[in-house]
Design a protein around this ligand. Sequence first.
Ligand SMILES: [Zn+2]
Length: 456
Amino acid sequence: MGQPARILEQDPTENFRDMIHDEVDKWVDQIIDDVFEDGKAPTIMELSKLFSETKQKFFGACFQSLIEQKYAGLLEQEYASCPQCGKVCKKRRGNIKELVTMQGPSVLKRPWFYCVDCSYGFTPLDKALEISRKKYQFDVQKKSIRTAAEVPFSSGSELFAELTDHSVSDHFMHDTFEQVGAHARLADVIPNREEITARIQEANDSSWRPVLIVASDGAHVPTRPKAKRNEKRGQGRWQEAKGFRIYLLGKDRIVHIASWHQIQNEEQFGEDLSFAASRIPQDDLRIGLLGDGADWLWKHMVACFPKGRQILDYFHCAEHIHKVAKLQYGEKSQKCLEWVESTITRLYYAEVDNVIWGLQRMKPRDNVAKEETRKLIGYLQNNRERIHYRGDRIGGYPIGSGGIESANKFICHTRMKRSGAWWVKETGNEMLRIRCAIYNGTYDRVFDKYKSACLH
Ligand SMILES: [Zn+2]
C-alpha cells in the first residue's frame, strides 16, 4: 500500500513559518551590521530611522511569502477557465507583477492566460487577491487620497512620504483622486436610511425630542476653464458652490447627518436636497430650516421639508442691520450702537413690522444710506415670516447657522481656497464630494465603489 502523495508535501503553514524565519534572519543581519559595530551608540532617532528604512523591505518580503504559500495553487496553475466563455485555457507564461502595499514592495510571478476565442487575457490570482492594475495597491491609494483631500497634491505627496515612507508622486495622487472622485456619487456620499435612522436614535433622549436642522448656503470657489497641457489657461472666475448640511440638535450635542456641496445650478441643488430628504424619516422629528436671504435656498428647503420651521439666519440678519446703522449714524457712534440694539431686540421679539415702519420713516443721511435702507426694508419684508428668534429659542431651535458656516469652512474654504488654487469645475466638485464623504463617514463606501469598478 503506497502512502498518499499528499503526505509528502510540506504543510503550507510550516513553509510560511520557515520563509518568515529566513526573512527575519536577513533583517537581523542587516540590523546587527548597522548597530553593533564597535564604537556605535545609536540614539532613539537613529534606531527608529534604521527601522523605517529596513522594515518595508522586510515586511514586503513577508507579505510576498504569505501570498506565495496561501495562494500556491493559483501561482502554479497550468489551466484555467476563461471568465467570459468558460473555455479551459493553458497557461501562456509567468507574468511578473510588482506591487507596493502599505507593508512594502512585493513581487509576484503569476500565470497569465489568454482565451483566443474571446481575445481576452486574464490572471486568476489578481482576481482572487483583488490586485490593482496600478503598482500602488488599493490600501496605498485609499490613504493617499485621504491625504490629498486635506492638502494640495504636491505637499500631499511629500507629507505622505514623510509619514509612511512610501513615495507616491503627486501625479499618481491626482490621477487616482480623479478616478475615485468620479465614483463619489450623491447616493453613496449621503448616508443611507438605516445609518440616518441610527443617528437619529443616537440623538434621542427620553426628555428631548431632537430637532433636525437643514441649513443651506452658497460659498464662492475660484474656478478656471480646463486647459490642455502647454495651452494658456483661460480667465478664472468665482462660481458658487451650493450646499446643505443636515444635522440633529440633541439635548447637549450635535449629531451630524449629511453634508453636500457642489458647484452647480439651483435646479440641481434642489434635486440633490430632495434626494437627501427622501432618506430622512421626517414624521417623528421637529424640523428647522436655516438660511440667509437667498430665495433659491428657501424655495427648495420648503419643498423638501414642508413641515420645517423657517428661520432666517440671525447673524446674517444682524449684519444687514449693522450696515445700515453704520451708514446712517457713523461707525461706533453712541446713536449707532443704540439703534442696532433696539432694532435687534425688536426683531428678537418678532416685531418685524415695527422695524419696517421705523425704517420707512427714517430720514436717510445720504444716498448711500438711503439705498442700504431700501434694501434692508425689502429684505425684512421678504423674510418677515422667518424672523421669530425668541420663539425659536423657547422651542429649542437654533437661530444662527453656525452649523453650516463651520461645515462650509471645513469643506469648502480650507481645501478649495488655498492661495493660488484655481479649480477646474469637475475636479473641484470631485474634491467637494470626497471631502463631504469623509465628513459624512461614507468615504469607505465611496472608495469601495471605485475599487469594484476597477476590478470589473
Ligand atoms: Zn473565452
